[in-house]
Design a protein around this ligand. Structure first.
Ligand code: HXC
Length: 257
């Protein structure tokens, strides 16, 4: 498929989506949203893809929703279009997703990173929810996923002041899994994605679903869900292969079965 605002690559079992609107620091306009959702959906539908990496440029992962596109929008049209809801389909992708963030991840850019399962940051990464300075509030999960990721104190600080947070603070806060040197970011992300893609895809999807349940359920229900999903992995050949390979002291070969 030909895209206008993103670049798509397959690196063996890893799907790579590179946001590519350098003239606006990868601002998330409608075209870009449609294309990211379509590309992620295609990778998600392909069992040959075991992990998806989303990245931007060295200067910006994404500097937010496209302010020029939305500046004159009014409530009825935004409401009728349910603006932003299209991103729910990205967040619902079942294949594990990794955000590789260098430079600005502001507003919708920070929220897009938070929609991914793992956030890897370059030491140049800058996160923030500056919407309040524009007279609006986060609209793609910043008040919800950010709060769950970093807690109320820091989420309130960021959302109410609009200040930026550097990679090291984001790491301490738990938004980011790892920080690496900027020139090592994409390699690190692809290596991590390749590791995940070497696992059984259905098992990785179940693991992702189980972790995500922690954000949507209370503890007793979450633990019950986890246990049932854990039991269900014993219905797969990949579980047999994984455990037999351990016992036989060899590498496992998973078949997504
Ligand atoms: C549209 C944007 C943009 C954005 C940058 N640009 N961010 N265009 N929407 N979000 C454009 C600039 O207008 C400029 O183009 C070009 O990208 C380069 O940006 P500069 O500002 O010249 O670069 P710099 O001085 O290095 O500053 C970088 C920056 C700044 C600090 C990231 O661009 C900035 O503050 N951007 C806005 C960040 C923000 O408020 N994000 C939240 C958006 S609201 P031209 O052609 O004009 O020179 C949001 C709502 C979420 O995300 C709610 C639901 C999504």
């Amino acid at each position: 498929t030909d895209f206008e605002t993103i670049l798509i690559e397959r690196r063996e079992r890893v799907g790579l989506i590179t946001l590519n609107r350098p003239e606006s620091l990868n601002a998330l306009n409608t075209t870009l949203m449609t294309e990211v959702v379509a590309a992620a959906g295609e990778f998600d539908a392909d069992p040959g893809i075991g992990a998806i990496v989303v990245t931007g440029s060295s200067r910006a992962f994404a500097a937010g929703a496209d302010i020029k596109e939305m500046a004159e929008a009014r409530y009825p049209e935004f409401y009728l279009a349910d603006w932003g809801a299209g991103w729910d389909r990205f967040a619902a992708v079942r294949t594990p997703t990794i955000a590789a963030v260098a430079g600005y991840a502001l507003g919708g850019g920070c929220e897009l990173a938070l929609m991914c399962d793992i956030v890897l940051a370059a030491d140049t990464a800058v996160f923030g929810q500056p919407e309040i300075k524009l007279g609006t509030i986060p609209g793609l999960g910043g008040s919800q996923r950010l709060t769950r990721a970093v807690g109320k104190a820091l989420a309130m600080d960021l959302v109410l002041t609009g200040r930026n947070m550097h990679a090291d603070e984001a790491l301490r806060a738990g938004l980011v899994a790892r920080v690496v040197a900027a020139d090592a970011l994409l390699d690190e992300a692809l290596r991590t994605a390749t590791t995940i893609a070497s696992m059984s895809l259905p098992i990785a999807m179940l693991a992702k679903e189980a972790v995500n349940a922690a954000f949507e359920t209370e503890l007793t229900a979450g633990l019950r869900f986890e246990r049932r999903v854990f039991h269900s992995t014993f219905a797969t050949r990949d579980q047999k292969e994984g455990m037999r390979a351990f016992i036989e002291k060899r590498a496992a070969t998973f078949t997504n079965d």
